[in-house]
Design a protein. Sequence first.
Length: 217
Amino acid sequence: MKNSVVIKSNRSGMTVILDPELPFEQLLADVAAKFGESARFWGSVQMALTLAGRELSPEEEFELVNVITGNSEIEVLCLLDQDLERTRKCEKALNEKLMEISAATGQFYRGTLREGESLDSETSIVVIGNVEKGARIVSKGHVVVIGDLFGSVHAGISGNADAVVAAIEMAPSALKIADFEIPCSDKGKRLAKGPVIVSIKDGQPNIASMRKGLFGR
């Protein structure tokens, strides 16, 4: 099992590299064992999945996804591979998950915020693009980044501790909600795997993988 199943994280979720020679039934058993052992590490998350290392039929992909979800708390949003159409659909699914929580927001910004640039909003803001290191967003409401967040964000600046910050990839240089500072790494380390939402619960920062209905919590 050590060499038959290798799990690697990527910007959209995870890649599972499969032994190309192992009989499929044995491979299923190894995948079940691997994800059962690492279930606590991954926790309850939603992510895209890439299956690599061997040719798979749609039926085999379906069985593998069922084994992975059945032996962990992972919810597979979609399969990502070299199929351009499926890749497009997968990216659409991830974006829709973020757009779902942005329904309560009032302003959109399309484009990448680069070093030295800043964006101030009197309402919540959805950025359709990346926020690079050295860029800054300040908002009285929520901040949703449909892209990579590497710059700094201050949401709920008017003292709104119900504000949230969400992004597909979250490794901010600084992050603050109302008066609460969220610890960040100065080495570009992600706060969590895959799409992430940060909120304040019971007076403490809460970092979680994207879940449906968080605005209605």
